[in-house]
Design a protein around this ligand. Structure first.
Ligand SMILES: [Zn+2]
Length: 468
């Protein structure tokens, strides 16, 4: 059989890896969108590198758009196979893919106006809301730790990877001749001790490992340190400087984690008495889904819920869906916390909040997640930058821009290697493929894996095929 690496090879978005079995079954591991470079990623997203009609199955590790975002696109181009994922991943995809269709429509409208002025050709969105609605019929859900027969030659098991609600390592057993080959694809790996999610659960032994490497060269702060850092930024911005604290955050996962930490600080009487706004319709819907799957949350959240039934809500917190209320925040003079999407500042309401407050020295922009190097979220962190262009206007950077890494949904290299070595006898591995990381992180991660006893490690290039 062959594995072809079609995205997230030497970068962190666009996860797509195509397995073609000896009998010709085509299984796509994730179907992610390239993100983080604005409209420049459009061509990358359209050039899939395979014929959608020929794909038999998509095995989806989790709902993040860089892993799931092109499912409606391949549906539009004729894919009618099964999309196999966990139940929470399916529910989150239903709202996240709709949101992505909505953002695309906005982006394309803006881009086409610009092209019109320059007398250049216009483009169409990759897909629209109708494709999202129709592709959801293809989803088939399988719980964790259930061996699922994909077809005669392929068995699949999902194991909780602790990265986001519903996230999984996909373990495949593929029969070929008289032999069974075992492939494990990690998707994204979570932290050992998340604020809200269960720790990653060891997955079955494999022969071939396809592993993420986002933080292959980093170490994160401990969970308790992270909470103190957040409280410090809140006090400094909202109490001492009486400004607004703006937190760009992925709507799903990161936002609920930050809200949960603020909820704990509130319960402990340590959160200053200031309004907290979650300004993102998607976050509101995602939080409903988190409330449905509370059994997937860690023991600490379960304990909290014994006396606080809603760990994602407290008296001074308000969820905002209405666009008028969102705009009204600009003229609200009170110190407050605004949590809004997107996490990399590429789109969404948070971009407006940042544009409106970036030149106010009393305000803080707090980055809490990974930002691809080309994204506004990464560019705004450059300490040498005095001006930044947002919505086509140059704005002076006077607000403080700061970062807390401990809210990452990805484990650092020690957490990932600890998890892998708890799951696997590494001496039995035939090969490890490193994906989903920037080149420097991947090289360093390769060295760390070698030190931990892994051998035969490679970093595939985009488009590369290997025969196993
Ligand atoms: Zn992810």
């Amino acid at each position: 059989m062959t594995i072809q690496f079609l995205g997230a090879a030497g970068e962190v978005t666009g996860s797509k890896h195509l397995i073609t079995t000896a009998k010709g079954k085509r299984i796509l591991l994730d179907c992610g969108m390239f993100q983080g470079k604005g409209m420049e990623t459009d061509a990358d997203n359209r050039n899939l590198g395979f014929e959608p009609k020929d794909i038999d199955y998509v095995i989806l590790t989790h709902a993040h758009i860089d892993h799931s975002g092109l499912i409606p696109y391949i549906y539009k181009l004729g894919f009618r196979g099964d999309v196999i994922c966990t139940p929470a991943t399916r529910d989150l995809c239903a709202i996240m893919l709709q949101d992505t269709a909505f953002i695309q429509a906005q982006d394309v409208r803006w881009y086409n106006k610009k092209m019109d002025r320059q007398h250049k050709p216009k483009i169409q969105p990759l897909y629209d809301i109708n494709h999202v609605e129709r592709c959801m019929h293809l989803f088939v859900t399988v719980g964790y730790d259930r061996k699922f027969r994909v077809c005669d030659e392929v068995m699949l098991t999902f194991t909780n990877s602790g990265h986001m609600l519903g996230s999984a390592v996909a373990s495949l057993e593929i029969k070929e001749g008289g032999e069974t080959k075992r492939i494990a694809y990690t998707g994204d790996l979570g932290r050992l001790h998340s604020h809200i999610l269960c720790s990653p659960v060891p997955f079955p032994q494999c022969d071939y490992l396809i592993c993420e490497s986002t933080y292959g060269d980093r170490l994160h702060e401990d969970r308790l340190v992270t909470e103190e850092q957040l409280l410090g930024v809140v006090e400094d911005t909202c109490v001492y400087k009486k400004g607004k604290l703006i937190i760009p955050s992925f709507s799903v996962g990161r936002t609920q984690e930050i809200v949960y930490v603020l909820n704990q600080l509130y319960n402990d009487g340590r959160l200053p008495h200031i309004p907290v706004f979650v300004d993102s319709p998607l976050s509101v819907n995602a939080t409903h889904i988190f409330r449905m799957y509370t059994d997937a949350l860690n023991d600490e959240v379960q304990d909290t819920m014994r006396f606080d039934p809603d760990p994602f809500g407290f008296n001074t917190l308000k969820y905002i869906t209405d666009i008028k209320e969102s705009k009204a925040l600009n003229n609200d003079p009170r110190p407050c916390i605004i949590i809004s999407a997107s996490g990399m500042l590429e789109a969404g309401r948070v971009k407006h909040h940042v544009a409106n407050h970036i030149s106010d020295p009393s305000c803080t922009i707090l980055i809490v997640g990974y930002c691809t190097p080309e994204s506004l979220g990464a560019r705004i962190q450059d300490p040498n930058k005095k001006w930044i262009s947002i919505f086509g206007f140059d704005r002076k950077i006077k607000a403080q821009v700061t970062k807390i890494e401990g809210f990452s949904g990805h484990g650092d290299y020690t957490e990932m290697i600890d998890y892998l070595t708890r799951s696997l006898d590494v001496t039995k591995l035939k090969h490890t493929f490193i994906v989903h990381g920037e080149s420097a992180a991947q090289q360093t991660y390769k060295d760390h894996l070698y030190e931990a006893g892994f051998r035969d490690i490679s970093i595939p290039q985009k488009g590369e095929s290997v025969i196993i």
